[in-house]
Write a protein that binds this ligand. Structure first.
Ligand SMILES: [Zn+2]
Length: 72
C-alpha cells in the first residue's frame, strides 16, 4: 500500500505536496499558489470579493433577520 503511494510521488521527497493555483471563485482572479495533497487548482475568495461578499452577507443578514419588535 505505502509503496504503491511512494511510486506515485514525482521524486525525492515523499512528503512533497503539489503546488496548486488558487483561483477566486467569484472573479476568477489568480490568487497565487498553495500546497495541496492533490494536483489541480483550488478555489477561494480574493480580498476584494470577500469584502463585497461580507458586506452583502451583512446586509442580507440584516434583511433576513430584521429585529423583531417584541412588543408583546
Ligand atoms: Zn475575486
Amino acid at each position: 500500500m505505502f509503496e504503491e503511494l511512494k511510486t506515485r510521488e514525482p521524486g525525492d521527497n515523499p512528503d512533497k505536496k503539489f503546488t496548486i493555483k488558487i483561483i477566486c471563485s467569484w472573479c476568477e482572479k489568480d490568487m497565487g499558489t498553495k500546497e495541496a495533497e492533490e494536483p489541480g487548482e483550488t478555489h477561494s475568495i480574493c480580498p476584494d470579493c470577500k469584502k463585497k461578499f461580507v458586506d452583502e452577507f451583512e446586509e442580507n443578514k440584516n434583511t433576513n433577520n430584521p429585529e423583531k419588535e417584541e412588543a408583546a
